[in-house]
Design a protein around this ligand. Structure first.
Ligand code: GLN
Length: 485
């Protein structure tokens, strides 16, 4: 159990006042990793030496008066972000020994702000999964109950933050991989709009859906980090050049008079206890003067099937680069190029990745393209239109992040369809490119559940504002794994 967790904002204040040094914070983070991670398996790589050296540099900078507010705070990077000189495995055997020659833009920007990476977090292989069980490096354990999944695919980042190993870790969200593990580990997970954060150096899964995000203890911390990573990058042609607003300034706005839309379809078949937790959260917003309004997402039942056509299609194309020639693992003893490809990919990829490549290749094949891929793209537009229609009526959409609290490791891993259905509440935001956040809003059977808020395109400030206002008036985000405050 975490004895104490500090938010980024708290750590920044402690550093500023001189109450603690970056060296001490970094040593404490490394000590907690040492104490807890053999059980949790949240990290694939720990970079203790470089982190301590960076901490000493941060302390010197601060002494000279040239530190930024977050300089010297230890964090972690999901192992899908390229880090120069440190292995980037994507939790795959294929990239087990891959060292990128450059930093991802997200990594570069966090480094530039003085944040210190203590290591790379475990994840589902190539971010494909909802339980963190597809990692080549083994499943991550949920700090609330080690027999349960932390959620996926950014499960290592979520577990590391929930257990107080680091105050914040990066994640990526293609169909829910920031929001879902945040919900299941009782922390805050924020996915900005598609195009808000550069994807440069973030290993591609499904390029029209992938977006970098933040796993942290509070919406305020998510705002602090989003402020740093958002914004134009010429190295990603899909990265928007819209100016980045002041997210911190937006947090304080009142939500009185604002309209929150709750899709009635969200409650079809939702676990009763989860539904109760959602209604309690809506009551908090009512007390703050917001209005709760029924809205409709008629195509919601099509979201999971659509996502599981579009994302494997893109994955099959993106992962064709892992052929044994250009990146990572290469099978020994192949006789010709064809067998080199086959053997490398047979051994280098795990079962779920192979399933996605096969599905993706199938839906893109000449005979089935119209029936599956093209159809899915049309339905994707319908889903996007449904969301846009809601935003004509309301400021934000609210509902659950997941259908249930954390499930047991092993419970769904042999049934891909059951596993995919976990994503019912999260994939629409990716299909439509919208920003979404999950904040802790209750316990069900002693396990955390998340409230999801989804906003219009590029309304990050509004999403963070709604989440922050809720956290000012609730204590769920302060609960430590084990349920103590
Ligand atoms: N669970 C979804 C999938 O397996 C989403 C993963 C993600 O967002 N990276 O595709």
């Amino acid at each position: 159990m975490a004895e104490q967790r500090h938010t980024l904002a708290e750590m920044a204040r402690l550093l500023e006042s001189g109450a603690i040094s970056s060296r001490e914070l970094t040593e404490a983070s490394l000590a907690r990793i040492e104490a807890r991670d053999s059980e949790l398996n949240a990290f694939i790589t720990v970079t203790a030496e470089t982190a301590l050296a960076a901490a000493d540099r941060a302390d010197q900078q601060r002494a000279k008066g040239n530190a930024g507010p977050l300089t010297g705070i230890p964090i972690a990077q999901k192992d899908i972000f390229c880090t120069a000189g440190v292995a980037t495995t994507c939790a795959s055997r294929m990239l087990e020994n891959f060292v990128s020659p450059y930093d991802a833009t997200v990594v570069e920007r966090l480094n530039a702000a003085g944040l210190i990476s203590v290591g790379k977090t475990n994840m589902d292989e190539f971010a494909m999964g909802s339980s963190n069980e597809t990692s080549y490096f083994g499943a991550v354990k949920n700090p609330w109950d080690p027999a349960r999944s932390p959620g996926g695919s950014s499960g290592g980042s979520a577990a590391a933050v929930a257990a107080g190993l680091v105050p914040m870790a990066t994640g990526t969200d293609t169909g829910g991989s920031v929001r879902q593990p945040a919900a299941l580990c009782g922390i805050t997970g924020f996915k900005p709009s598609y195009g808000r954060v550069s994807r440069y150096g973030m290993i591609a899964f499904a390029s029209s859906l992938d977006q970098a995000g933040v796993l942290a203890l509070t919406a305020e911390d998510a705002a602090l980090i989003t402020q740093l990573i958002a914004g134009f990058d010429e190295r990603d042609s899909t990265c928007s050049d819209q100016p980045v607003p002041d997210y911190m300034a937006a947090l304080a706005s009142s939500v009185a008079g604002k309209k929150i839309g709750v899709p009635t379809e969200y409650f079809d078949g939702l676990d009763d206890n989860c539904a109760q937790a959602m209604h309690a959260a809506f009551d908090v917003y009512r007390q703050l003067g917001a209005e709760i309004i029924d809205v409709h997402l008629p195509n919601l039942p099509l979201a999971v099937p659509t996502y599981y056509v579009v994302s494997p299609a893109e994955a099959s194309s993106n992962l064709s680069r892992f052929d044994g020639i250009r990146f990572g693992y290469r099978a020994d003893g192949a006789e010709d190029i064809e067998s080199l490809y086959k053997q490398t990919r047979s051994v280098g990829f795990g079962d779920e990745v192979k399933r996605r490549i096969m599905t993706g290749t199938y839906v893109l094949s000449a005979g089935y393209y119209d029936a599956y891929y093209l159809k899915a793209q049309k339905v994707r537009q319908l889903i996007s239109n449904d969301m846009a229609r809601c935003f004509e009526q309301v400021d934000i959409i609210a509902g659950p992040t997941t259908p249930t609290p954390a499930f047991r490791l092993g419970e769904k891993v042999d049934d891909p369809v059951q596993m995919y259905l976990n994503d019912i509440y999260t994939v629409s935001a990716n299909l439509a490119g919208l920003p979404g956040i999950s904040v802790p809003c209750g316990l069900v059977d002693g396990l955390p559940v998340g409230l999801q808020l989804i906003g219009p395109h590029f309304a990050e400030a509004a999403v963070l504002n709604f989440a922050h206002q809720y956290q000012l008036h609730s204590d769920w985000h302060k609960l430590l794994p084990g349920g103590t405050n």
